[in-house]
Design a protein around this ligand. Structure first.
Ligand SMILES: [Zn+2]
Length: 70
């Protein structure tokens, strides 16, 4: 579901709401439609946990210190 975080520019209230179709969200505090959409909450998670790039493995064989195919 398209759940978004918003900050109301009028009163500063933070809230999250569903945005469906062409309906415009409005602040639950003051009813203003002058809202700033925040990034998804999933964006807070750090990426890059693959751990690639460690070591200097030979690309031609499984050894790490291969001298014949490096
Ligand atoms: Zn507001």
């Amino acid at each position: 579901m398209p759940l978004y975080d918003f900050i109301c520019r009028a009163c500063g209230r933070e809230f999250e709401t569903l945005v469906m179709g062409s309906s415009r969200p409005e602040c639950p505090e003051c009813g203003s439609e002058d809202l700033q959409k925040q990034m998804s909450v999933f964006a807070h998670k750090s990426k890059g946990d693959s751990g690639a790039g460690s070591g200097s493995n030979c690309s031609g064989c499984s050894s790490s210190n291969c001298s014949s195919c490096g």
